[in-house]
Design a protein around this ligand. Structure first.
Ligand code: ATP
Ligand code: MG
Length: 225
């Protein structure tokens, strides 16, 4: 499945001390065609907020996000709701968001088990092999290094075979060499499984690997040349 994401006059902000602090407004953008998109910008500019809105995890205060499913074009308007979209997405976070006391295999298998997938363990082992953790199935996550934890998180994001992966500072907690390894694993997995990637990063080298790069600064989202 291929998904195009359109931002239609999107605006968002938060209440602070009784006042609304606007992060961005009137954002119009179409994410289509590129298999990987990076969003860069200063700290506090609203990148994580925008990613959550693009992923349908948060609703914008103004405007709307439209998910076009090419597979559906021709039937109704070819649009997905945020709930439908979430069934086709995976997430990778800076701080991994794994269940530390659970072992590696069950961290990856959990999303599939929750869906009642009987092949949860088999598929999870396949993904752990792909990310280079075939000898760690039964190790508690808490014992892993940061880079290893992010490999588990990548396997967990891909195990449901999503159409789009959203990654928020996926290398932000890692040293430079490990960040390069993880970047390679993430892009390889996206290429080999035709998965679209939308990532937020401070790391210009990581952003440069994406097909297209936007900057979010002072409330404006601009495509970088
Ligand atoms: N739920 C919330 N309630 C109130 N303010 C919020 C909320 N979420 C984010 N903010 C504020 O919105 C601003 C943008 O936050 P956001 O996390 O999107 O920035 P960012 O660009 O991802 O920053 P960083 O690069 O440091 O991760 C910040 O000032 C933050 O404090
Ligand atoms: Mg952020």
């Amino acid at each position: 499945m291929q998904v195009q994401i359109s931002l239609d006059n999107v605006g968002h902000g938060f209440q602070l001390n009784g006042k609304t602090v606007e992060l961005f407004s009137g954002i119009n953008a179409e994410f289509k065609g590129a298999s990987s998109t990076a969003i860069i910008g200063p700290s506090g500019s609203g990148k994580s907020t925008m990613l959550a809105i693009m992923a349908g995890l948060d609703l914008p205060n103004n405007g709307r996000v439209v998910y076009h499913n090419k597979a559906l074009v021709g039937s109704s308007k070819g649009e997905l709701t945020a709930t439908q979209m979430r069934q086709h997405t995976g997430f990778i976070f800076q701080h991994f968001h794994l269940l530390d006391e659970m072992d590696v295999l069950n961290n990856v298998a959990l999303p599939l088990k929750l869906r009642g997938d009987r092949k949860a363990i088999e598929k999870s082992k396949q993904w752990l092999n792909i990310v280079g953790l075939s000898d760690r199935y039964n190790q508690p996550v808490i014992q892993l290094s940061g880079g290893e934890k992010q490999r588990v998180a990548i396997a967990r994001a891909f195990v449901s075979e999503p159409a789009v992966i959203f990654a928020d500072e996926p290398t932000g907690s890692l040293d430079e060499a490990t960040a390069q390894d993880i970047t390679q694993v993430m892009f390889d997995c996206c290429h080999s499984h035709s998965t679209n990637l939308v990532l937020v990063t401070h790391n210009n080298e990581l952003a440069a690997q994406a097909d297209e790069c936007y900057s979010l600064s002072h409330g404006k989202l601009e495509l970088q040349s």
